[in-house]
Design a protein around this ligand. Structure first.
Ligand code: SF4
Ligand code: SF4
Length: 374
């Protein structure tokens, strides 16, 4: 089976041809997937069908000619999106994605999304589904009325025929995406019956009596689980909620998962410029108007491979607990510490750049232990 690893990407590397010095032997030889080639002018060009988004090229390009753009840009393209936090989930999600995409009520393409910078370098034991069980789970595709028949010619023309038909077909895609929620649940049930692993549209971790929850969609949710363990051991009622689907967005399951929770730290590993965290906006709209909705606090972290460490989680829990107690959410916060700010200042000084004081990101307070979070 040939796998298009481009479907797993969370961040897309983009080459700035103005800066690119055409030294493709550098990024081309460092790309672990061997998907960077010179284009006709000699600039680096990336095969996005097979680039998994690990961002080694971005880190290694000596001319800083590659930047990362969140793949959430695909959010409104009509693709469904499954997000994975472990290597096992990636393998399993690929099987689930095929069955979901081929269901007669859906028939939409699916992106299986992973955090390339983190997960593609993670080694962990993975239970590979055996071929016979996979074939049972994925019966042959029934194209139904889509099949081409020589004796029954039909037009399969592109459906962009003007405003009316375009609106109609976009709405049909929307309905199919909504239908995918139920189909995902049914598919997850069949997957569990076949392979013994269950994947809910929204994962809940130690949420039974939680006052405060981390809400994340990417692989750093595995670090959030460890932080929940440490915070729980220190007496804090903290849990984790993780939607596995971004499209369709599982609003009802999310509302149910957050019932009774007082404060939610929404942690985005992305930044929609001019708006803020993408997941935060999705969650805020899902909870809008809900009686007893928790206070939401927005955190942006993990950009460009930056770590989100134990101190970050302790700080986020403390800030969110305070917001829940007072009923007032602080402004969105970039996880960015004093050392990182000093590093940026050093670079700006070298480049003789002046910076307006008010544009400075506020560094995090000095690290403190999770026991102090309250
Ligand atoms: S290493 Fe950077 S500058 Fe050189 S070809 Fe690759 S992208 Fe361009
Ligand atoms: S992100 Fe990773 S896989 Fe994609 S082009 Fe860069 S180094 Fe290669």
């Amino acid at each position: 089976m040939q796998v298009r690893t481009g479907l797993w990407r969370t961040l897309r590397p983009i080459v700035d041809t103005e800066r690119c010095r055409k030294c493709v032997w550098v990024c081309g030889s460092l790309c672990p997937d061997g998907v960077i080639f010179p284009d006709v002018e000699g600039h680096a060009a990336i095969d996005f069908d097979h680039c998994k988004g690990c961002l080694v090229c971005l880190a290694q390009c000596p001319w800083h000619a590659i930047e990362a753009v969140p793949e959430r840009a695909a959010r409104d393209s009509g693709f469904l999106q499954i997000h994975c936090a472990t290597c096992q989930e990636i393998v399993d999600a690929i099987l689930i994605a095929y069955r979901l995409a081929e269901d007669a009520a859906v028939r939409l393409p699916v992106i299986v999304n992973l955090d390339g910078f983190y997960l593609s370098f993670t080694r962990e034991p993975v239970d590979l589904p055996d071929t016979e069980a996979a074939a049972r789970f994925l019966p042959p595709f029934d194209a139904g009325t889509l099949a081409f028949r020589a004796g029954h010619p039909v037009s399969e023309a592109v459906a962009v025929l003007g405003g009316g038909p375009y609106s109609y077909f976009r709405y049909q895609i929307h309905l199919a995406a909504e239908a995918a929620l139920d189909v995902f649940d049914q598919t997850a049930g069949v997957f569990e019956a076949t392979f013994g692993r269950r994947y809910e549209a929204v994962e809940r971790y130690r949420m039974d009596d939680a006052d405060v929850a981390f809400l994340m969609i990417e692989s750093f949710a595995t670090k959030a689980k460890a932080a929940v363990g440490r915070l729980r051991a220190a007496g804090h009622k903290v849990g984790l909620v993780r939607p596995r689907l971004l499209r369709p967005f599982p609003e009802a399951a999310l509302r149910a998962a957050l019932k009774g929770v007082k404060g939610v730290a929404v942690v985005d590993q992305n930044l929609s410029m001019g708006k803020g965290g993408i997941l935060f906006a999705e969650v805020a709209s899902a909870l809008y108007g809900l009686d007893g909705a928790p206070v939401l606090v927005s955190f942006i972290g993990g950009l460009g491979g930056r770590d989100i460490d134990a101190d970050d989680f302790a700080e986020m829990a403390a800030v969110t607990q305070k917001a829940a107690d007072t009923g007032e959410a602080p402004p969105p916060r970039l996880l960015f510490d004093a050392d990182e700010l000093a590093e940026v200042r050093k670079l700006q000084t070298l480049a003789a750049v002046e910076w307006p004081k008010e544009s400075e990101p506020e560094p995090e307070p000095e690290p403190k232990s999770e026991e102090a979070a309250s």
